[in-house]
Write a protein that binds this ligand. Structure first.
Ligand code: ATP
Ligand code: MG
Ligand code: MG
Ligand code: MG
Length: 480
């Protein structure tokens, strides 16, 4: 019970409270900062303080922050550790303590409070940060085999292309110490998981890319609650912690599936449903309704993924015998039941959340069903040779029409066609997708989704993202 997710959150906050930090509430998933679409880290609500624009009411704070990162969507259900929605635990110093104390606190938290065996904790420092390296080695006593110097990609943190940033030092947990200390690579996720990032926030990046020192040296940290829960609960991934698994197991029940016995693809679908259900529940609670623009578009895409995967898993209607009903509000109920200590407002907003989900799911199901009708017609045409081809075959442009206009999954088109002895022109479809991608890439670059200072790279990656379906031909219609 000590290691229940709710208790881990509480133990973290209490640990820092007893070290002079004020416990502050999570801020909304919709940040006040107009340059960022969604709250991607605990520091966002303190950005004006770090920049020296407003004074802090306290020198030290600690929070458990709701976050949504759409840049990780392609990893959801695929890696063991990435979500779109997750909670980031953090401790912050506003011009008060710096590297030495931050490192000491973090080490004590990990090895004393949460009793991680010292020999299983590895740390990284920014390659140029000799000071942090020396603190870990000389003051904490971490053997050099377990301290890695890493480049800016991993160890220089920023909330966006401009704004507060600095070198960081991360803590990793070793799941396989028996593999020894030779050639250890902290990015090898079959062995290590990053769980805590300590950012030594001392610079501000300006529009022209230059760095200027902040007036004060600050500490900004982030520890993934679901990741620490995975470690402490000794489960194979974040999804099987008590923070998310009840949602997954409920969805599996609706689909008449035994999660533990399911194949990997089925598990991935269920994990995506678990993750995205949390995301849309909290996003709608924070006032983001499905729409065609900005944040609302993200919610819409997440809901569509849930509905499509639910149908692929065989959930019909409400999953409880009513073919006209919807299942997403029911799954969301489980997310709401887990929410009180994450965000006390969700329960109060529950009725509104279910209503939005019900409406959006029903609308999307209609779209899918219209697509099914069109597919039926295209297939009849193909079989009767009306489309002019010799072999019955669905044209690339028709597969694209189904996919793009009707939101109809390519893998379903393909499967249905195969059953009827009709071929599919996937190359033609890919060509249409490519045109689409080039167009949406330009559009995507307008939206600033920012993590780690690589906004442009990130948006480019997003528009190329793939989803592991039967065929990885997902683009605009799939990934947010
Ligand atoms: P990773 O390298 O695993 O993608 P990150 O370096 O991008 O993580 P940070 O930006 O350093 O993550 O965020 C601080 C902490 O928040 C991480 O150490 C991790 O514990 C947690 N975290 C980050 N992204 C996610 C995510 N998508 N899902 C769950 N937890 C996350
Ligand atoms: Mg990441
Ligand atoms: Mg990392
Ligand atoms: Mg990190």
């Amino acid at each position: 019970p000590e290691n229940r997710g709710d208790n881990i959150r509480k133990r973290f906050l209490t640990f820092y409270e007893s070290r002079g930090h004020k416990i502050l509430p999570s801020s909304s998933l919709v940040p006040e900062d107009p340059t960022v679409l969604l709250t991607i880290a605990g520091m966002l609500q303190f950005k004006p303080v770090f920049l020296g624009q407003v004074p802090s009411s306290v020198p030290r704070a600690t929070t458990s922050q709701k976050c949504v990162r759409t840049n990780d969507i392609e990893n959801v259900g695929v890696t063991a550790r990435h979500h779109t929605f997750f909670e980031m635990l953090g401790n912050f110093s506003f011009g008060d303590y710096f590297k030495k104390e931050a490192i000491r606190f973090a080490w004590e938290l990990a090895t004393k409070e949460f009793k991680l065996p010292e020999e299983r904790v590895f740390v990284s420092v920014f390659e140029e940060d000799d000071e942090a390296y020396a603190i870990w080695r000389d003051e904490i006593g971490v053997p050099v085999e377990r301290i890695k110097r890493m480049g800016a990609e991993d160890n220089f943190w920023a909330s966006g292309p401009t704004g507060p940033c600095g070198p960081c030092s991360e803590m990793y947990y070793d799941f396989h110490p028996e593999r020894g200390l030779k050639d250890t690579d902290l990015n090898d996720d079959s062995r290590f998981i990053e769980f805590y990032n300590l950012v030594f926030m001392q610079s501000n990046r300006l529009d022209d890319g230059s760095l200027i020192p902040l007036l004060k040296k600050n500490i900004d940290t982030g520890l993934g609650l679901e990741r620490l829960a995975q470690i402490l609960q000794k489960v194979p991934n974040n999804y099987e912690t008590d923070l998310i698994y009840p949602i997954i197991s409920f969805a599996a029940d609706l689909a008449n599936i035994d999660y533990k016995k399911a194949d990997e693809r089925t598990k991935t679908y269920l994990k995506v449903i678990g993750d995205h259900t949390r995301a849309v529940t909290y996003l709608i609670s924070d006032g983001v309704n499905p729409s065609n623009v900005g944040r609302g578009y993200i919610v819409r895409r997440l809901i569509r993924r849930i509905v499509r995967m639910g149908r692929l898993l065989g959930i019909k209607g409400d999953g409880k015998g009513n073919p006209e009903g919807t299942f997403l509000p029911r799954i969301s109920e489980v997310a709401v039941s887990l929410s009180p200590l994450v965000d006390p407002n969700v329960k109060d907003n529950a009725a509104r959340i279910y209503e939005e989900l019900d409406r959006e799911e029903a609308r999307f199901v209609q779209t899918l069903e219209r697509g099914e009708k069109l597919l039926e017609k295209l297939m009849t045409d193909a079989l009767s040779g009306k489309n002019g081809t010799e072999q019955p075959r669905l044209a690339g442009k028709d597969i694209f029409l189904l996919y793009d206009t009707f939101g109809f999954p390519v893998e379903i088109t393909e499967e249905v066609a195969r059953e009827r002895g009709v071929g599919v022109d996937l190359e033609g479809f890919e060509a249409e997708m490519e045109v689409q991608r080039t167009q949406s890439q330009a559009a995507a670059n307008v939206v600033k989704l920012t993590v780690g200072g690589a906004a442009a790279e990130l948006t480019a990656k997003l528009s190329k993202s793939k989803f592991l379906g039967y065929h990885s031909t997902e683009g605009k219609g799939e990934v947010v």
